[in-house]
Design a protein around this ligand. Structure first.
Ligand code: ZN
Length: 270
């Protein structure tokens, strides 16, 4: 079994078969997933989905591409969402300097910091998107890291940045990018990271790993990414999967249902 800590099951590309995918997770070797919101609507839908399926969790936050939309009302929404125990993190949040049409960098930085401060207040970790903004992302995270830490989603940074990030309270989450033939730099970065700090994700419907590159991605493909990572780390595949599931459950505080029952908590576990 594997986990997918970064899916977008609310995406319209899943409109035709979302329930099939959600119900089929276990049969397809996926223990649980986190579906990540990125704007008002997707956050709302992510929380709904997490309520419907016991092995789907949610993360909620304003993506940098919508950074200008962050306001007091949305912040209140985030607080309400985070009171739900199926909401595991604030995300995805971060910086994206790739397109000139994205919100101004200053707006992105302000929205990112606001959500990091909120995560600390709500005792949640964060899931971070960073594109063409390596230095600013690092600086902001270093100065505003929530106590619960951060996940660097679809990690694809240089060896030098990886070494610097190893000093911070972060987990490194790999998507299909690490399987691409032209991603030797990402493979080298992965080689530097201790196995107990590695997570698996898909970023589905995007970023399908080899041999599905270019097709619509789905949570089960996290297995293809895990296979490549286990090779890089020189760890047996099954052992590697077990390890990354344990990493994710420890980091996000996903409590297996037996333990929950013992504590008399509500049944939400996987
Ligand atoms: Zn994403």
């Amino acid at each position: 079994m594997i986990v997918d800590v970064h899916a977008h099951l609310t995406d319209e590309q899943f409109d035709a078969d979302r329930s099939e995918i959600a119900e089929g997770l276990k049969q397809n070797g996926v223990k649980w997933i986190i579906t990540n919101g990125y704007d008002r609507k997707s956050c709302f839908l992510a929380v709904i989905l997490a309520g419907w399926y016991k092995n789907i969790y949610a993360a909620v936050g304003m993506h940098p591409e919508s950074a200008g939309d962050y306001d007091a009302v949305f912040e209140d929404n985030l607080k309400e969402y985070c009171a739900n125990e199926k909401v595991l993190a604030i995300g995805e949040i971060g910086l994206d300097y790739h397109y000139d049409t994205n919100p101004p960098r200053k707006t992105q930085r302000e929205t990112f910091v606001k959500q990091l401060i909120l995560a600390e207040k709500l005792d949640k970790p964060v899931i971070v998107h960073s594109r063409d903004a390596a230095q600013d992302t690092f600086d902001i995270l270093r100065d505003n890291m929530p106590s619960r830490g951060a996940v660097l989603h679809s990690f694809s940074q240089s060896e030098e940045m990886t070494k610097r990030y190893l000093e911070l309270n972060v987990m490194f989450s790999f998507s299909g990018v690490v399987t691409f033939k032209n991603a030797s730099n990402v493979k080298l970065s992965a080689g530097l990271i201790p196995p107990e700090r590695i997570l698996t994700e898909t970023d589905c419907p995007y970023m399908a790993p080899e041999p599905f590159r270019g097709k619509r991605c789905c949570p089960a493909y996290a297995a293809n990414t895990a296979a490549v990572l286990s090779e890089i780390k020189g760890i047996d595949y099954a052992e590697f999967c077990e390890l990354t599931v344990a990493n994710a459950e420890r980091f996000f505080k996903v409590i297996p249902k037996e333990e929950k029952k013992k504590k008399g908590g509500r049944f939400w576990g996987v």
